[in-house]
Design a protein around this ligand. Structure first.
Ligand SMILES: Cc1cnc(Nc2ccc(CC#N)cc2)nc1Nc1cc(C2CC2)[nH]n1
Length: 318
């Protein structure tokens, strides 16, 4: 695959990982060629997350893919919203990435939580702003994540609600101005239409995923999910999406406009990360009140006025 970064500054340590760390608890995550475990550094007692990556996959040497992931983590080190890389170990069969431990886990858990534990719109405004700052940092280096989804956005703390950390740069690539990446990547529900039609992938591909992420965080509903992968792909390529009163009850119009500015089929017409950060939904001094219908508002205002008159009368009597 073209566009891999091949140079890293982090030394690949050859002494045994377990000479410096103790594994703790059960797995945090597992992929096809990786497993993630919580660990504690013996010298400092500090908690980390160790990602064990197999170098050989389906009989192929994939060391260069892992070096790419390390190089992107290093390049993104300056963003507080990208998980920090602490150390790297290498054995004959594996490379181990020792990363910052985000104790709050995946935002996915709170996206699917019951109403009382789910994110408020105000939570989502803050978290999406942080995600966009992290994504903007990557895009400014012409790097695309290509797998932005709730399972790859972690929280430093879930209660009280902490800050986000973007993780898993296993599919990330430098978007080379000349070459075009035409390879099916990413997770079906979050993948952009151009990936499905083998058209050029760009930073706009990540912005589509941010739109889907925002929809899921606000409603708990995955907008394009069908009963089969094919149905999901068809929903995406046709931008077959609803903003039902039921799913969006109590959610503001600016929030819906924000999502609609991202879930646009033509990548060139999607708003960029820097434009997202200037969108009214993320910049209202007070949180965007859900727009009620005017009849309800008029009735409430009349009730408030009546209450003020009663209070004033009561005050006057005394
Ligand atoms: C408490 C916790 C719970 N669940 C996960 N899930 C998870 C999701 C995606 C990936 C995919 C990756 N990479 C790995 C684990 N990570 C956690 N903490 C981490 C995980 C990490 C670093 C990213 C490993 N720091 N703190």
């Amino acid at each position: 695959m073209s566009c891999l970064l091949s140079h890293t500054h982090t030394p690949l340590r050859e002494e045994p990982f377990l000479s410096s760390y103790r594994l703790v608890g059960k797995e945090l995550g597992r992929g096809k060629f990786a497993v993630v475990r919580k660990c504690v550094e013996l010298s400092s007692g500090k908690e980390y997350a160790a990602k064990f990556l197999r170098k050989r996959r389906k009989g192929e040497d994939c060391r260069s893919d892992i070096i790419n992931e390390i190089a992107i983590l290093e390049m993104a080190r300056l963003s507080p919203y990208v998980v920090d890389l602490h150390e790297v170990y290498e054995t004959n069969s594996e490379i181990v990435l020792v990363m910052e431990y985000a104790a709050g886990g995946e935002i996915f858990e709170q996206c699917v939580a019951d109403q009382d534990e789910a994110f408020t719109e105000k939570d989502v405004v803050r978290l999406i702003s942080q995600i966009l700052q992290g994504v903007l940092h990557l895009h400014r280096s012409n790097v695309v994540h290509l797998d932005l989804k709730p399972q790859n956005i972690l929280l430093t703390s879930s209660s009280p609600l902490g800050d986000i950390r973007i993780v898993d740069f296993g599919l990330s690539r430098q978007v080379d101005a000349i070459k075009e990446i035409r390879e099916i990547l990413g997770t079906p529900e979050y993948v952009a239409p151009e990936v499905l039609s083998y058209e050029p992938i760009s930073t706009a591909t990540d912005m589509w995923s941010v739109g889907v992420l925002t929809y899921v965080m606000l409603t708990g509903v995955s907008p394009f999910l069908g009963d089969t992968k094919q149905e999901t792909f068809l929903n995406i390529s046709q931008v077959n999406i609803q903003y039902s009163q039921e799913d969006f009850q109590g959610i503001s119009e600016p929030a819906i406009d924000f999502i609609k500015s991202l879930l646009v089929k033509n990548p060139r017409k999607r708003i960029r990360a820097d434009q997202c950060l200037k969108h009214p939904w993320l910049n209202s001094a007070t949180e965007s009140e859900p727009l009620k219908d005017t009849a309800v508002e008029k009735e409430e205002r009349e009730a408030e006025v009546t209450e003020e008159i009663v209070l004033l009368a009561a005050y006057t009597v005394h």
